[in-house]
Ligand binder design. Structure first.
Ligand SMILES: Cc1cc2nc3c(=O)[nH]c(=O)nc-3n(C[C@H](O)[C@H](O)[C@H](O)COP(=O)(O)OP(=O)(O)OC[C@H]3O[C@@H](n4cnc5c(N)ncnc54)[C@H](O)[C@@H]3O)c2cc1C
Length: 488
C-alpha cells in the first residue's frame, strides 16, 4: 500500500480496489470468495467504497477532503488530521459530511470511522506510554503507516454474545478471541469477535475490547491491528442484501451501499509485536477508548454521519407526503415539523460538541458529554423516525411493481402508468421514489439499519451509562444546594 501507484496526489478508487485483491478469507453461502471486487454479493458496495477515494481525488475536492501530512508524502483524507483549532475541527467535520453524503449516511463504517478512533487514541498517547513504551511506539508507528497510506480500517471491539449471564472469561473455551501463545516474534490469537462492519472491503482490522473485562481475564485483554489477508483470519459474511437487489432502480440504496457485517474468526492468527497495542492488561482495554479520546472521536464521527442520514430521512418524509398529496394537511405538516426538528437537533448536537469542545494535548476536541447525550437520544430517535415515515406512507410503499422489468412489458406498463398516480410525480418517478423510500426504511437492508442505529454504540444501558458517568452532576447539584440553602 505504500508509495504512489499511479502518480496521483492522493489515494484513488482504483488503488483501493487493487488493494482488496489480496487473497483475504471472506466466506459467504458456504464458499470462499475469490475476489470481493467482482463477487455479486459485494462488488457494487466495494465500488462505492472505492468511489469515496475518487471523490477526494477530484481536483475540486482535494483541498476540502484532504491535507498534506507533516513530513511530506501524498495528501490523505482529513479524517486523519489532528484538529489544532476549533476551525480545523469544523473543517474536518465538513469533509466527513461530504463523504457521508455520498451514501446518504447509509455507510456506517466508511474509512473515517476507525480512523477517527485511532486519531483519538493517538492524541491520548500518554495513556499508552503508561502501559509501556513499546506498546505506545507500536500504536504511533501504526497510526503513521495507516494515515500515510490512507488505509480503510474496520474494527472488532465487541465479543460474540453467547451467554450474557456469564462474564467473558467464563464463556465456552476459546469462544472469545484470546492469546493462546507468544514467542519472540509476536502472539497467536484464537477465537471470535462479534461483527466487523465493512470488513470485506477494508484493508486492515483493529481488534480491541470495549466491553469491560475483569482481573483474571488477561488472556482476552488484547488490542492489535492486522491486514485482512492475514493467514488464519476468517471473515464470515452475513447474508448479502446487495445480492438480493435486482437493480439500482428497485433497490437504489441496498444495491450499492450494503457495507456488510461479518463475524471475524481468528484461527491461530499470528500477530507481530510491532502490531500489538495492548497486551494482557484488562484496565488498559478500557483506557484505550475512555482515557484517550478514541471513544469520543469515533462516536463524534458516527453522529456526523447520522446527521446526514436523518437529513435524508427528513427529505424522504416530505417527498412521501408530496407524492401522495398529503403534505398540506395540518396533521401531516405537524408530523413533518416534528421530523424536521429532530434533524435539526442532531445537527445542532454536532455543532454543540464542537463549540463546547476544549484544548487537550494540543488539539481542539469535541465535548464528551454532548457526544454521549447525542448517542442516547439518537439510538431512540432512529426507530421513532422510521415509524413516523411508515405512518406517513400507508400502502404506497407496498403498492409497487415487482421490479423494473414490469415496465418493459407494454401491457403492464400501461396499467402501471394508469395506477401509479401522484400530484407531484410521473408514474415512473413515483415508483422510483417509493422504491427508494422502502429500501431506506422497510426492506431487509432498511431493517438492518434500524438495528445498527439502535446498537452500534452499545445497548441503551451502555450508552446511558456513559451519559451518567460524564454529565456535570456537580453543576446540577449546586443548583439544588442553592435553592435548599434558601430554605434555611
Ligand atoms: C448492524 C451492526 C453492526 C455492528 N458493527 C460492529 C462493528 O463493526 N464492530 C464491532 O466491534 N461491533 C459491531 N457491532 C456490535 C455492536 O457494537 C453490539 O451489537 C453492541 O455493542 C451491543 O452489544 P450486544 O450485541 O452484545 O448486545 P447486548 O449488550 O447483549 O444487549 C442485548 C440486549 O440485552 C440487554 N442486556 C445485555 N446485558 C445486559 C446487562 N448487563 N444489563 C442490562 N441489560 C443487558 C441489553 O439491554 C439489550 O436489550 C455491530 C452491531 C450491529 C447490530
Amino acid at each position: 500500500m505504500t508509495g504512489t501507484v499511479d502518480g496521483s496526489v492522493c489515494k484513488t478508487g482504483a488503488e483501493h480496489l487493487a488493494s482488496l485483491r489480496d487473497g483475504r478469507g471472506v466466506y459467504i453461502d458456504g464458499e470462499q470468495v475469490e475476489d470481493v471486487t467482482t463477487h455479486p454479493a459485494f462488488r457494487n458496495s466495494v465500488a462505492s467504497a472505492a468511489a469515496l477515494y475518487d471523490f477526494q481525488a477530484r481536483p475540486e475536492n482535494l483541498e476540502r477532503m484532504t491535507f498534506a501530512p507533516e513530513g511530506g508524502g501524498r495528501r490523505v483524507n482529513r479524517c486523519w488530521q489532528k484538529p489544532r483549532t476549533y476551525q480545523e475541527l469544523v473543517e474536518r467535520r465538513q469533509a466527513l459530511v461530504l463523504w457521508a453524503e455520498q451514501s446518504g449516511g447509509f455507510v456506517g463504517r466508511s474509512p473515517d470511522h476507525v480512523a477517527s478512533s485511532l486519531l483519538g487514541q493517538v492524541i491520548g498517547i500518554d495513556v499508552f506510554r503508561r502501559h509501556g513504551d513499546e506498546r505506545a511506539k507500536a500504536l504511533l508507528d501504526y497510526f503513521d503507516y495507516a494515515s500515510r497510506n490512507d488505509l480503510f480500517l474496520t474494527y472488532v471491539i465487541i465479543n460474540p454474545q453467547a451467554d450474557r449471564s456469564k462474564a467473558w472469561g467464563e464463556q465456552d473455551e476459546e469462544l472469545v478471541a484470546q492469546v493462546v501463545d507468544e514467542d519472540a516474534a509476536g502472539i497467536t490469537v484464537r477465537g471470535a469477535k462479534m461483527l466487523g462492519t465493512s470488513a470485506i472491503m477494508a484493508n486492515e482490522v483493529l481488534v480491541a475490547n470495549l466491553q469491560p473485562l475483569r482481573p483474571g481475564e488477561e488472556k482476552l485483554a488484547l488490542s492489535f491491528a492486522i491486514p485482512m489477508a492475514t493467514k488464519g483470519l476468517k471473515i464470515l459474511s452475513r447474508k448479502s442484501y446487495e445480492a438480493a437487489a435486482p437493480s439500482v432502480f428497485d433497490n437504489p440504496i441496498s444495491s450499492r451501499f450494503d457495507e456488510n457485517d461479518a463475524l471475524i474468526y481468528f484461527d491461530d492468527v499470528k500477530v507481530p509485536w510491532e502490531r500489538v497495542f495492548v497486551y494482557r492488561d484488562t484496565d488498559m482495554c478500557r483506557a484505550q477508548f475512555h482515557d484517550t479520546l478514541g471513544h469520543t472521536f469515533q462516536n463524534y464521527q458516527a453522529q456526523i454521519r447520522l446527521s446526514v442520514k436523518i437529513r435524508l430521512l427528513a427529505g424522504i418524509a416530505r417527498r412521501l407526503a408530496e407524492t401522495i398529496g398529503t403534505a398540506r394537511m395540518p396533521p401531516i405538516s405537524e408530523e413533518l415539523g416534528w421530523i424536521a426538528a429532530q434533524a435539526a437537533m442532531v445537527e445542532g448536537m454536532v455543532a454543540g460538541m464542537e463549540a463546547a469542545g476544549h484544548m487537550q494535548d494540543g488539539c481542539w476536541v469535541p465535548n464528551k458529554h454532548l457526544m454521549y447525550a447525542a448517542q442516547v437520544l439518537t439510538q431512540e430517535l432512529y426507530p421513532r423516525i422510521i415509524d413516523k415515515i411508515r405512518g406517513l406512507a400507508g400502502g404506497a410503499l407496498i403498492m409497487l411493481p415487482s421490479s423494473a422489468r414490469d415496465f418493459a412489458n407494454p401491457e403492464l406498463a400501461a396499467i402501471i402508468d394508469k395506477t401509479q398516480r401522484s400530484p407531484a410525480a410521473r408514474p415512473d418517478e413515483r415508483v422510483g421514489f417509493l422504491k427508494l423510500a422502502w429500501d431506506a426504511i422497510g426492506s431487509e437492508f432498511g431493517s438492518r439499519h434500524t438495528q445498527y442505529e439502535m446498537f452500534y454504540a452499545g445497548a441503551r444501558y451502555v450508552t446511558c451509562g456513559h451519559s451518567f458517568r460524564t454529565y456535570d452532576w456537580a453543576g446540577a447539584g449546586a443548583l439544588v444546594d442553592r435553592l435548599m440553602a434558601e430554605q434555611r
